[in-house]
Design a protein around this ligand. Sequence first.
Ligand code: NPG
Length: 375
Amino acid sequence: MQIDHVTLHSLRIPLVAPFTTSFSTQHARTVVAVEVAAMTDHGEITGWGECGALAEPVYSEEYADGAVDVIERFALPRLARAQRERPLTAETVGEHLAPIVGHRMAKAALESAILDAQLKASRTSFADYLGVTASRVASGVSVGIQDSVDALLEAVAGFVDQGYQRIKLKIQPGWDLEPVRAVREAHPDVPLQVDANAAYTLTDSAHLRALDDFDLLLIEQPLGEADMRQHAELARVMRTPMCLDESVVSAQSAADAIAWGAAAVINIKPSRVGGYLEARRIHDVARASGIAVWCGGMLETGLARGANAALAGLPGFTLPGDISASDRFYVRDLTTPYVLRDGHIDVPTFPGLCEEPDAEAVANFAVASTRVDVA
Ligand code: NPG
């Protein structure tokens, strides 16, 4: 394909309730939606991709306005040069952008939009592209830090009633053993896991070990992004399986984490690792090593939620993902909302990665928009 132009839509979409993690409280999701207008063998096609970066660089070093900048000033000029040589394919985007260090969420958004256009042009669903035959995936939900244990118990009971297949509790120093114990006592059989978003250090080992009493599926990213060796040390003294999120940014770092014993489980977030193609490679590396994976989330809108569900249909995704229904986060999504049915989310069958977003919703939530000519 030949990209003609790209529009970067900066959106701010209110959340149904504030979402608190160890690093921030979000009241709205800032999303950069990438709209690629391209000429393909099948005519003019528009593809869409979503950037996982938050408004501030608090989950990783990326942030939404930075992603717009890097896409506009550095990524698109490279793709423009590349497509003067030969037609662009989604599979070569990663190579063209490799000289740009980091900025994986920005790259992922662009690759997703191009892959969406490519698959729409060939009338292929993302599931078919991946070779996924599952028609639905188990849905888990992530529960933020609450003001009180009572409020947490109420929130968890609501999600359990809705049918979510697994509950993930956000933890941080001062909000860990007591809330986790309370949820475990109230729901002795619910599949339960915790996520610290890098809020602890290795000196907290003895404290974290007390979580072993609660029959957790896993503990996710207790230590810093760069603390691969420390995670391996912590894993040796805990019975709860160690899961990495922030630390795994590529298939290479996944292989390192596995080799060093730093990860018994890996959270694969397509945006964090530079896109769905690298996400699939991480799945393949983990599966070959007998390491379970599950699909993480960045509060995706309908531009990426269905693609996450398709990815999670690959056979190595043996644990429920953070792929909840759209109404977990949004009153109004950008596309047809994803719904929970019997604790599952359907794997989409439409061509491409996502439905075309509702133009009115995009206009409603837009705070800025940048058009970049690429031809
Ligand atoms: O369901 O999309 C979702 C949210 C899952 O908890 C979730 N994401 O660190 O995994 C995480 C976490 C997160 C929350 C990341 C807020 C970034 C911001």
